[in-house]
Design a protein around this ligand. Structure first.
Ligand SMILES: Cc1ncc(COP(=O)(O)O)c(C=O)c1O
Length: 420
């Protein structure tokens, strides 16, 4: 969505890639590689762009913590009035530790455990987005044991087929594990009505990720608003509609979701219904704000193929191998005049699927040079692992001319912490 509203956060100054006003090479030298670097100014600007586009309706931006849960990023968003969409006890812990108030937290996910439900009830979060009848029964049981009233919304599966780039990111059709089937949703609200320890406050829908067309949102919203209006006429006191996240960004110059256009579809419908709106953007707030800096270890030729072997891999960024995700990759220094070659950019991990790019035409980098993998602010570090005994990388935040470490690089001791 950034592409439609603002220009990019990583400019070139005299040919050298910068983050904000800090040279990327300087950051790599200061903090080491592989290194995630985020431009907090860009994150703020994206949140503000959502806020102003949706200003016509009472709304909450519940940032989807799964996209990037670093405390410093959560704090920055909290300062702008954002809340959190969480999916686990761990994300609840993060969100609260970052100071996000419970009344701005919604909890989704198909597998909430007793402990996670109890922890969220103890925190008195805004609402549980319930994904099955058995979850609602469990929620009631725990709320009764604790002597509290659990606020909830049902996550409805609207059976809307949104075109996302990968099947793994489609969640709004009836063949996925997500949400309650359309035909069973009403029963669930009716079952909850009058139960002392349950309070229906909202209704929720999330149709998928990386969607750039407002139409499926409008379609899902129309279906859910009809249902909401029936439920309200039957005495279910709904206060909000949560339309989830999934707003697409541009990874390689393709169109992104136009947030103003999206708001143009959503705002009139929701304000006419007299409901509060919750949005759960993840990627759209942070995706373009991040790059991964990685250093070339070797340039290796195997027959016809040229491999650029870098010091980051699928343990740092799994999107290319998991979702077939495309990320632009460029030399941080000046590469003008270099010959362009077709290369695979690969990591050090013992998997053929360990790559950042396959058959990519780029100015041939040299050993020791720094590359930047773009648009990795979302689902980058948050999906990083220790596979192959790798240390999870450091993360740095840039704010104008300042930079600071917001997560130190792991050590070997971190690798074995907790083991006998
Ligand atoms: C319920 C829910 N809300 C929000 C999101 C955030 O999606 P995105 O980062 O694409 O905006 C997800 C992503 O999986 C989700 O499952």
């Amino acid at each position: 969505m950034g592409a439609s509203l603002l220009t990019g956060p990583f400019p070139r100054v005299e040919g050298e890639l910068h983050c904000g006003q800090v040279a990327a090479e300087e950051l790599a030298v200061r903090y080491g590689t592989p290194l995630y670097v985020y431009d907090v100014g860009w994150i703020r600007a994206q949140a503000e762009a959502f806020r102003s586009a949706f200003a016509g309706v009472d709304h909450l931006l519940a940032y989807s913590v799964k996209a990037n849960g670093n405390l410093s990023i959560l704090r920055a968003l909290n300062n702008l009035g954002c809340g959190a969409d969480i999916t686990s006890g761990g994300e609840l812990f993060r969100a609260r530790r970052a100071g996000i108030p419970p009344e701005r937290i919604v909890f989704a996910g198909v597998g909430k455990t007793r402990e996670e439900i109890a922890a969220a009830l103890k925190e008195d979060i805004l609402a549980f987005n319930v994904e099955s009848r058995s979850e609602l029964e469990r929620l009631e049981e725990i709320a009764r044991e604790m002597g509290v009233r659990a606020r909830f919304g049902v996550r409805v599966n609207p059976d809307v087929h949104a075109l996302t780039p990968h099947a793994y990111t489609r969640t709004g059709h009836s063949q996925t594990k997500f949400g309650v089937p359309w035909s069973e949703t009403r029963d669930l609200y009716e079952w909850a009505l009058g139960r002392e320890h349950l309070q229906a406050v909202g209704i929720d829908v999330h149709i998928g990720s990386q969607i750039v067309d407002p139409a499926p949102y409008a379609q899902a919203l129309d279906r859910v608003l009809d249902l909401a209006s029936e439920l309200r006429s039957e005495g279910v006191p709904l206060d909000f509609i949560d339309i989830g996240g999934g707003y697409g960004i541009s990874y390689g110059g393709e169109p992104a979701m136009d947030v103003r256009q999206l708001a143009g579809e959503i705002v009139p419908r929701v304000s006419e219904a007299g409901l509060r709106l919750i949005l759960e953007p993840g990627r759209a707030l942070v995706g373009e704000a991040g790059i991964l800096l990685t250093r070339v270890q070797y340039v290796k030729r195997n027959g016809e193929k040229t491999f650029v072997v870098v010091d980051g891999g699928m343990s740092e960024l799994i999107r290319p191998s998991h979702y077939g995700g495309y990320h632009e990759i460029e030399g941080v220094g000046v590469t003008a005049g270099r010959s362009v070659e077709r290369v695979d950019v690969v990591g050090p991990i013992c998997e053929t699927g360990d790559f950042f790019a396959l058959d990519r035409d780029m100015p041939l980098p040299k050993q020791g040079e720094l590359l930047a993998v773009r648009t990795v602010g979302a689902y980058g570090f948050s999906m990083a692992s220790n596979y192959n005994g790798r240390l999870r990388p450091a993360e740095a935040l840039v704010d104008g001319t300042d930079s600071r470490l917001i997560r130190r690089r792991e050590t070997f001791e971190d690798l074995i912490r907790g083991e006998e």
